[in-house]
Design a protein around this ligand. Structure first.
Ligand code: CU
Length: 69
């Protein structure tokens, strides 16, 4: 398991937090996701043999936010 903190731009409310948590939670290989609106970041725990950090960034972007690499 790997844990990464990802900076996210474009979140404005609790709905944004839920949208990202739900979307990432559905991806295979992700075991824990916590999005924090105050710090504009996500703390993600994942199995890096099942999913790459770039796929996680892409999913955040697909939801309409901007994951900063
Ligand atoms: Cu929102």
């Amino acid at each position: 398991m790997k844990r990464e903190k990802i900076s996210i731009e474009g979140m404005s409310c609790g709905h944004c937090v839920m949208a990202i948590e739900n979307a990432l939670g559905k991806l295979p290989g992700i075991s824990d996701v916590r999005v924090d609106l105050k710090t504009n970041s996500a703390d993600v725990e994942f199995d890096d043999t099942a999913i790459s950090i770039n796929q996680i960034f892409d999913e955040i972007d697909n939801q309409g936010y901007n994951a900063r690499r």
